[in-house]
Design a protein around this ligand. Structure first.
Ligand SMILES: Cc1cc(CN)n(C)n1
Length: 330
């Protein structure tokens, strides 16, 4: 089997990408954020208080002839950005891009934090991390990818995220039309459950490449690129008027400033992030101050290769044994 579905940016600065999925019988369509940085599949639902719903589509298990309550099971998750949700669990038929998993654990939200309520175009998440991170108790549940894996033509899924445009997630095959040249693979450490791997180094603009192993997670559910402070200060030293703002919680700079590109290494390959991806957003609609797409990871305890980096490549998440991740130019 294979599947292929759109990755649609939910706002004009690519804060997140959503993908149409169907749940239940007859199919209920929701727009979910495929997130390689977590492993819970949860949705806004008929069990979510109406006070916490603002325009999201919901899953109503009682309207599905194939839904089954997973009796006595609950879940609760908190993400790196402080957002959270919790609830109960059903199993039901679940499809992404024509790829169906019967009896997928679908976690129905009974509570979502305010940032989810405010994100009107996001109806939930599909965790594509390793199933060891799943928060359902008393028995943890498998991700969509782990459930689909035995039937996939190839034990992979790929992410082709785009800057200010719709890309794709493919399951079970590598579409050679979506990338130019070779895919460079590097080992993944599957514990504790993120797609954890190393960069082989970086360079700022036309500067010399600094070889250094930088360990972090490739996380499609995180918007920006978070790297060690030393790298980030070296980058913004090249930006007129840049400063690390306590007030805005990160590096900001005059929107008119010229930004250098940022290049990261995967083994011997090099991937350059255009300056436009790092000129992330104005801090408010009429402001001339802009917030950077490259920020320090010092407060996170982990480096995160989020969408700002991933959209500069075609990325292969390989569930083989041992797992690995591949990057190709596109
Ligand atoms: C909702 C959500 C997902 C992620 C990345 N795993 N973050 C940081 N926030």
């Amino acid at each position: 089997d294979t599947g292929s579905a759109a990755a649609i940016p939910i706002n004009e600065v690519d804060i997140a990408y959503v993908t149409p999925v169907t749940v239940g019988t007859p199919p209920q369509t929701l727009m979910l954020d495929l997130d390689t940085g977590s492993s819970d599949l949860w949705v806004f639902s008929s069990l979510t208080p109406s006070s916490q719903i603002r325009g999201q589509e919901i899953y109503t298990p009682t309207k599905s002839s194939t839904s089954q309550l997973l009796n006595g099971h609950t879940w609760s998750i908190r993400y790196g950005d402080g957002s959270s949700s919790r609830g109960t669990v059903f199993t039901d038929n679940f499809t992404i891009g024509g790829l169906e998993v019967k009896s997928q654990a679908v976690q129905t939200a009974q509570e979502v934090s305010s940032s989810f309520t405010q994100e009107q175009s996001l109806d939930g998440l599909v965790g594509l991390g390793f199933s060891t991170l799943n928060t359902v108790r008393p028995s943890s549940q498998l991700t969509f990818f782990d459930n689909a894996r035995p039937n996939l033509d190839e034990e992979v899924f790929t992410a082709d995220l785009k800057y200010h445009a719709t890309g794709t997630y493919d399951f079970g095959f590598i579409d050679s039309k979506k990338h130019n040249g070779t895919i460079t693979y590097t080992p993944v450490q599957p514990s504790p459950g993120y797609w954890t791997h190393s960069l082989s180094g970086y360079s700022v603009g036309s500067g010399a490449f600094q070889s250094s192993q930088i360990s972090g997670i490739s996380d499609t559910g995180t918007t920006l690129l978070y790297l060690p402070t030393a790298i980030v200060t070296a980058y913004y030293r090249q930006v007129q008027g840049a400063q690390n703002s306590q007030y805005y919680g990160g590096y900001v700079f005059p929107c008119a400033s010229t930004l250098p590109t940022f290049t990261f290494g995967i083994e011997g390959a090099r991937f350059t992030i255009p300056a436009s991806y790092i000129n992330y957003t104005r801090i408010s609609p009429t402001s001339t101050t802009c917030y950077g797409g490259l920020q320090s990871s010092s407060g996170l305890g982990i480096n995160i290769f989020g969408d700002v980096a991933l959209k500069a490549a075609f990325v292969v998440f390989s569930g083989t044994n041992p797992p690995r991740i591949g990057f190709a130019p596109k």
